[in-house]
Design a protein around this ligand. Structure first.
Ligand SMILES: *Cc1c(COP(=O)(O)O)cnc(C)c1O
Length: 360
């Protein structure tokens, strides 16, 4: 098999050790005679798999006991509507921070349910930074404050936790969850699609403070009410069983790696290798404000965009895959999630140096 490094933004690279274990267990999970894909979600084998996945996630993230962990489907996109449907609780407006394409999408969906106050926006500089909290115009009557802590497409990450007093803080952590420790107790709700930094597509994780459950507005579909899932341990309907199993293997791998503080150190190292090179080079450029440079998604441009397709072609020939930037922003993007080894980032930097030397 050829050796490659996959820089896709999502679905994305998974730890080799996890894929190897999944392969070994594919036909016969722990002597059950069955693949995890073939098991009843209510049987004791799968209940054990799901139970361990939740316990390991709670341990890794330090999730307090007054928070529920929900294993849902529908992607982060469904959360864009589940959040207003459940969290407005009779109020008529919510605060949103606008820092890029994913927060824009969350805002557009919330506008179907309430008045959206855009508390601050980085539109003035084409979403290349995050407004500091002193510039936010928060509404004390807001039902909640929503922000996107890592804009996957733009590559803008917010490393501090906003202060919102008694107003619940809600975060879309789809593309950086598990990349560093988070103080969960500062949040009302955290959500993340699995396919960036957790596991396979099809699973969406919601971590919600218990007092925010049970006040969905009238007419909310049963499946869009957090209470439905909280009351049934995420087994009201058939959950995405295989995706939960793989996510569980990833949680065990993260524990083996030393947990989230250890992962943060590695992620700082990997991102530093790439950004230091981008800054030193006159050939490549990072458009993002230094204090908001994402450790997970690193967009960059070439001096002459006419060379983009050649760059991508040669990168591919070197086994460096899926480096094309999102069509809305162009250029390149290297996603370097937890499962991307340091060697992958080194290989990318080496290739970029060589390309600069021969085409600069
Ligand atoms: C990928 C992504 C989404 C959308 O996730 P889906 O699973 O496709 O719904 C939303 N927010 C962020 C920050 C993302 O990275």
């Amino acid at each position: 098999m050829t050796h490659i490094f996959n820089f896709s933004a999502g679905p994305a690279v998974l730890p080799k050790a996890v894929l190897t274990q999944a392969r070994d267990e594919l036909m016969d999970w722990h002597g059950s005679g069955m693949s995890v894909m073939e098991m009843s979600h209510r049987g004791k084998e799968f209940m054990q798999i799901a139970g361990e996945a939740e316990a390991d996630l709670r341990e890794l993230m330090g999730i307090p006991s007054n928070y529920k962990v929900l294993f849902l489907q529908g992607g982060a996109h469904s959360q864009f509507s589940m959040i207003p449907l459940n969290l407005l609780r009779g109020r008529t407006s919510a605060d949103y921070l606008e820092t890029g394409i994913w927060s824009q999408k969350a805002i557009a969906e919330a506008m179907r349910y309430c008045d959206v106050n855009v508390a601050a926006s980085s539109k003035d500089q084409n979403y290349t930074y995050a407004p500091t909290q002193s510039s936010w115009a928060l509404n004390p009557e807001a039902a909640y404050v929503h922000y996107t802590s890592n804009e996957t497409i733009g590559g803008v990450e917010i490393f501090w936790t906003p202060e919102t007093g008694d107003v619940p803080l809600v975060a879309d952590m789809s593309s950086h969850i598990l990349s560093r420790p988070i103080d969960i107790s500062r949040y009302g709700l955290i959500y993340a699609g699995a396919q960036k930094n957790i596991g396979p597509a099809g699973l969406t994780i919601v971590i919600i403070r218990e007092d925010l459950i049970g006040a969905a507005q009238g007419g909310t579909p049963t499946m869009f009410d957090y209470k439905t899932h909280a009351d049934h341990d995420s087994m009201y309907n058939t959950p995405p069983t295989y995706a939960i199993y793989i996510a569980g293997l990833v949680f065990k791998w993260l524990k083996q790696m030393g947990g989230l503080a250890a992962m943060e150190k590695i992620n700082i190292l990997k991102a530093g290798l790439l950004y230091d090179y981008l800054d030193a080079s006159g050939f490549y450029h990072s458009p993002i404000a230094p204090e908001n440079r994402s450790r997970m998604n690193v967009p960059f441009t070439l001096k002459d965009s006419a060379q983009d397709s050649l760059f991508l072609k040669q990168a591919q020939a070197h086994g460096l895959l899926q480096l094309k930037g999102h069509k809305l922003v162009g250029g390149m993007r290297a996603s370097i999630y937890n499962a991307m080894p340091v060697e992958g980032v080194n290989a990318l930097v080496q290739f970029m140096q060589e390309f600069e030397r021969t085409h600069g």
